[in-house]
Design a protein around this ligand. Structure first.
Ligand SMILES: Nc1ncnc2c1ncn2[C@@H]1O[C@H](COP(=O)(O)OP(=O)(O)O)[C@@H](O)[C@H]1O
Ligand SMILES: [Mg+2]
Length: 251
């Protein structure tokens, strides 16, 4: 098995990644030397307490932010060698991101939001594809609604349809089921893993949902800017802190 995994190319390879920011109280080191290797087609969950650096890491991996130190290889391309324009082109080609705060365009309808990346990528039947994606996330009856006319969970599903439309090579998702009830959360998770399998999309998910994390091939834990493979006791701890949500799901 190890021989096999060595043969599969890395979708993401991170070496000694550090991120510091200036704050009023001085320099804050958010990430303290992250190393990780995610194979093409692999699914990885990142667990860990709030404020530990998970969203910061995801932003760096998706070339949305610049590290203080270290290197990220995305599908074989070193991000530190790229200028902003090249990074934008790489994102458009290979990466989708589901943000914790949705990041929908307020003035565009659900349908237009989902069409946008496909149009930018020059897809011909963007409208039909966008309608199909919205059907798939159960929003076929909300095509002409603006984001403010949708519930939080519905906005989350629009964001997910938008992330899927260009069949990204790597999909980053920051708490993709955080705003959904368990039935919709399961539906979204099913979609994520279907895409992962059908299109060999690499998935990197930040989640507090242990049930979702366990559906991933690997689980990592972020703790105060340090990333490690998750142990049983860390997973149990996570369950303690999110016990209510987990218990509610079990009902
Ligand atoms: N640009 C920034 N300036 C100052 N502090 C930041 C900045 N970005 C993140 N932080 C801080 O870094 C820590 C990690 O943030 P984040 O990556 O969002 O954590 P998580 O996603 O694990 O909850 C938090 O304490 C947050 O307040
Ligand atoms: Mg976060």
């Amino acid at each position: 098995m190890s021989t096999n995994s060595e043969l599969i190319a890395s979708a993401i390879r991170v070496t000694n990644l550090k991120k510091s920011v200036e704050t009023q109280e001085g320099e804050l080191t958010i990430l303290k030397g992250i190393n990780m290797d995610v194979k093409q087609g692999e699914s990885v969950a990142i667990l860990g307490p709030s404020g530990s650096g998970k969203s910061t890491l995801l932003g760096l991996l998706a070339a949305l932010d610049t590290p203080t130190e270290g290197e990220i290889m995305l599908d074989g391309v070193g991000l530190s060698n790229l200028n902003e324009e090249q990074k934008a082109a790489l994102r458009k080609q290979k990466v989708s991101f589901i943000f914790q705060s949705f990041m929908l365009v307020d003035t565009l309808t659900a349908l237009e939001n989902v069409m946008l990346p496909a149009e930018l990528a020059g897809v011909n039947d963007a409208k039909t594809k966008a309608e199909q994606m919205l059907e798939r996330v159960g929003l076929g009856h909300r095509l002409t609604h603006l984001p403010k006319q949708l519930s939080g969970g519905e906005q989350q599903r629009v964001a997910i349809a938008r992330a899927f439309i260009c069949e990204p090579k790597v999909l980053f998702a920051d708490e993709p089921t955080g705003n959904l009830d368990s039935a919709n959360g399961d539906k979204i998770a099913d979609m994520l893993f279907a895409l992962n399998q059908e299109s060999d999309t690499t998935l990197v998910l930040v989640t507090h949902d242990l049930h979702l994390a366990k559906r991933c091939a690997r689980q990592l834990t972020m703790d105060s800017g340090v990333l490690t493979e998750t142990t049983e006791s860390q997973a149990a701890n996570e369950q303690d802190t999110t016990g209510q949500a987990v218990a509610a799901e079990a009902v």
